[in-house]
Design a protein. Structure first.
Length: 113
C-alpha cells in the first residue's frame, strides 16, 4: 500500500520580493519562492536558526500603503537556498490576501501549461 502525505494547504510557486528579519524593522532582503497559508520559503543569503521568530514585510503592489507584515518562526534552513517559515497568528485579511495570491498563481500556472 502506497502512502501519500497530503499537504495541509495548497502551495504556489511565486517570486515576491520581501524584506524580512528577526525584528519588526525587517532589515534583510529576500524573495518568497513558495507560498501557502501555512508558511513560505524565502530565498535569502542570510539565515536564521530554526525556532527563531521572524517578520516578513511585503508590498503587493509596490505601494507603501499596500504593505503587510507577516509573523512566523523559522521551521527549517536550507543551506545555500534560504529558510522555511511557518506563519503564526495571521489575521483574516492576511489569510485572504495569501489565499488570493496562491489561487491566482495556481490558475496562472495551469493556464500556461
Amino acid at each position: 500500500m502506497a502512502f501519500t502525505k497530503e499537504r495541509r494547504y495548497p502551495r504556489a510557486k511565486v517570486s515576491i520580493p520581501v524584506n524580512w528579519g528577526t525584528a519588526p524593522n525587517c532589515g534583510y532582503e529576500g524573495v518568497i519562492t513558495i507560498l501557502s497559508l501555512g508558511g513560505c520559503l524565502i530565498k535569502a543569503p542570510l539565515h536564521a536558526s530554526p525556532g527563531r521568530a521572524v517578520f516578513i514585510r511585503m508590498s503587493l503592489t509596490g505601494e507603501a500603503s499596500d504593505t503587510i507584515v507577516l509573523r512566523g518562526h523559522v521551521k527549517y534552513e536550507m543551506e545555500g537556498i534560504g529558510l522555511g517559515v511557518e506563519f503564526a497568528g495571521l489575521t483574516e485579511e492576511e489569510q485572504k490576501t495569501i489565499g488570493d495570491i496562491v489561487d491566482f498563481s495556481t490558475v496562472q500556472r495551469a493556464s500556461s501549461n
